[in-house]
Design a protein around this ligand. Structure first.
Ligand SMILES: C[S@@+](CC[C@H](N)C(=O)[O-])C[C@H]1O[C@@H](n2cnc3c(N)ncnc32)[C@H](O)[C@@H]1O
Length: 209
């Protein structure tokens, strides 16, 4: 039996959000049952960030999005085990989520950590870090909202930072390595053990027409 067997059918787990094509953009007070700043993690993998951040910041609400069933299940098991009231997760494509269900100007912080680089040209469309994502994050963020990025792949990271800043939609702000909101993800831990360099950047949303 899988170690990551779901604790209950997904429809019985209140922290799993299951919108369909008819679902209107989320009302955060309904989704979280309270009013609090919302943080969005894109590509949540095994859910370590969500569980850690949710426990560390109980006065904030966290939504994770993960496309891959295998990782989504592991995140669901972890979040269930953590018993947190302020964490939600959704299994879908991040681009779809941003387009359909995230109300514009409603997210306080967006996080993207260690997305696969898909270095081959023919796989470029699969990359998370691309203009469409940065525009979607800009639209989702509230005025002065923040975008946190981490990657172990230096060229991918550098290109992304250049594109984000080049868009004129964000400005880079300091993010010292010992900041309390630098929360380890599964891949950060794995890559650090392997001695890979971890690159992080934080941006503040700028108002643009
Ligand atoms: C390398 S893993 C990193 C997971 C986690 N952020 C971490 O640092 O441990 C990248 C994750 O992003 C997810 N992902 C990639 N593209 C996605 C998309 N368009 N929508 C949702 N999830 C996506 C993948 O399925 C994978 O779980």
């Amino acid at each position: 039996m899988s170690r990551y067997r779901l604790p209950a059918p997904l429809e019985e787990l209140p922290f799993v959000i299951r919108p369909d094509s008819e679902t209107p953009p989320f009302d955060w007070e309904t989704v979280f049952g309270r009013s609090a700043p919302v943080e969005l993690e894109i590509g949540s993998g095994k859910g370590l960030f969500l569980a850690s951040a949710g426990a560390q910041y109980p006065d904030r609400s966290f939504l994770g999005v993960e496309r891959a069933g295998k990782y989504f299940r592991r995140a669901v098991v972890r979040i269930h085990g953590a018993g947190l009231e302020n964490v939600r997760i959704i299994r879908t494509d991040a681009f779809d989520l941003l387009e359909r269900w995230i109300p514009p100007g409603s997210v306080a912080v967006a996080h993207v950590y260690f997305p696969d680089p898909w270095p081959k040209k023919r796989h470029a469309k699969r990359r998370l870090l691309q203009g469409e994502l940065f525009r979607g994050i800009h639209k989702a963020l509230c005025p002065d909202g923040v975008f946190c990025l981490g990657s172990d792949v230096r060229p991918y990271f550098d290109e992304s930072v250049a594109e984000i800043l080049g868009s004129g939609q964000f400005t880079q702000i300091e993010w010292p390595d010992d900041s309390p909101d630098r929360i380890a993800t599964s891949y950060a831990i794995k890559y650090e053990k392997e001695g890979r360099g971890l690159n992080y950047a934080k941006f503040r949303r700028l108002d643009t027409k």
